[in-house]
Design a protein around this ligand. Structure first.
Ligand code: SF4
Length: 374
């Protein structure tokens, strides 16, 4: 059986905003439109029962991330029913978190999250102009101030040290890393998880001019220099991972390193899918051939199947270029979604290959004084 690290539970299929780069709504896959708006009571019951069984059958613990759409569209009443059910099914030390745009955070939501030991990660791309460039409402409205208000509410809660799990930010390579870093420090977060923009060999990510270009790599190198010069830094997961990997350690999230991460997604109707970021490759790329549904099938049977194992294997790069790459142990071939190309499918280096080489080279130079050609 594939061991699971993260269950991404889709609890709302719609979103209260419409980010231009969103892989759920704006990259060609429209399967969200066929999903129920919210996870139902029956599906919550099935999820809880199946996760309880997974706890018994899998030694290592796993995390549950409530996701969407926008998960807080659930509202307080439905969120409480969900959290009560999940917490009754799984041990207390298993992490439950919510990935949200932060705009619907209220006192009641925070009270529930504190009661059911559920942390909150908020998506915020940077200062007002950077954030508002992509994270907009359905009519193009700016969202920055509402997100900031949500963060301030979260920070003012007595349990904020536990509740505020950090920020998720999509990199804008046209931004100034100094401004971005200083802004995030001023927000008062303990960590920022920077993500590459979605894209692939068919649809170059925003800001990249070619496969060989290094706009994101240069941006990350500037961020690294700022980060290392700071005596009281906030945590930056991608840089910490690359440094740790360069020193012989392991990564903690898909995208760098060659550790396998077991990820399963459960949609609002109970359908079990592959990593949903694959939606950015092509319509239906995250779907299994088997029509697994948590209301009918057992999770441990799904995770023991060949089809699930094959999807899990996709994390390891199949391109011969990656397999013979001297930096494979650190880079890991990047995220599968960034390897997509019509014709060769996922058997390609990441579209961020040269960016990864650029930042890895810089980290190694700092650590070991070695300069390599990248
Ligand atoms: S994506 Fe590029 S840097 Fe990463 S393993 Fe593949 S060839 Fe190496």
């Amino acid at each position: 059986m594939v061991e699971i690290d993260t269950i991404l539970l889709k609890v709302a299929s719609q979103c209260n905003i419409n980010c231009s780069y969103c892989y759920v709504y704006n990259m060609g896959d429209d399967s969200w439109a066929d999903m129920p708006n919210f996870i139902s009571q029956d599906t919550i019951k099935s999820v809880s029962k199946e996760l309880k069984e997974l706890c018994i059958n899998q030694q290592r613990s796993f995390a549950i991330v409530l996701h969407g759409g926008e998960p807080l569209l659930l509202g307080a009443r439905r969120l409480e029913a969900l959290l009560h059910s999940l917490r009754s099914a799984i041990p207390e030390h298993y992490c439950i978190s919510i990935q949200t745009n932060g705009m619907l955070i209220s006192d009641k939501i925070l009270e529930l999250c504190s009661k059911y030991k559920t942390s909150i990660s908020i998506s915020l791309d940077g200062p007002e102009t950077i954030h508002n460039a992509n994270r907009v409402g359905h009519h193009g409205e700016n969202t920055f101030h509402r997100v900031k208000a949500g963060i301030e509410k979260l920070k003012s809660h007595p349990d904020s040290e536990f509740l505020f799990a950090g920020l998720l930010a999509v990199i804008n390579p046209h931004s100034n890393p100094h401004d971005i870093y200083n802004f995030f420090k001023s927000v008062g977060t303990s960590s920022v998880d920077f993500l590459y923009r979605d894209g692939n060999h068919d649809k170059l990510p925003f800001g990249k001019t070619s496969f060989n270009s290094t706009e994101y790599g240069k941006w990350l190198v500037s961020l690294l220099e700022i980060y290392l010069a700071d005596q009281t830094p906030i945590k930056i997961r991608i840089l910490d991972d690359i440094i740790r990997l360069a020193l012989g350690g392991i990564g903690i999230k898909e995208g760098v390193g060659i550790t396998d991460f077991g990820i399963a997604v459960i949609d609002t109707d109970g359908t079990v899918t592959k990593n949903d970021t694959l939606k950015s490759s092509h319509k239906g790329a995250d779907r299994f051939v088997e029509k697994w549904n948590i209301n009918i099938h057992r999770l441990i049977d799904i995770f023991s199947s060949n089809e699930f194992a094959n999807a899990h294997e996709l994390q390891r790069p199949t391109s011969s270029i990656c397999q013979t790459c001297s930096e494979l142990q650190i880079c890991g071939g990047g995220m599968p979604l960034h390897r997509w190309k019509t014709g060769t499918n996922y058997a390609n280096p990441s579209i961020y290959c040269n960016d990864q080489l650029h930042i890895i080279n810089k980290v190694k130079t700092i650590l070991f004084g070695l300069e390599k050609c990248a």
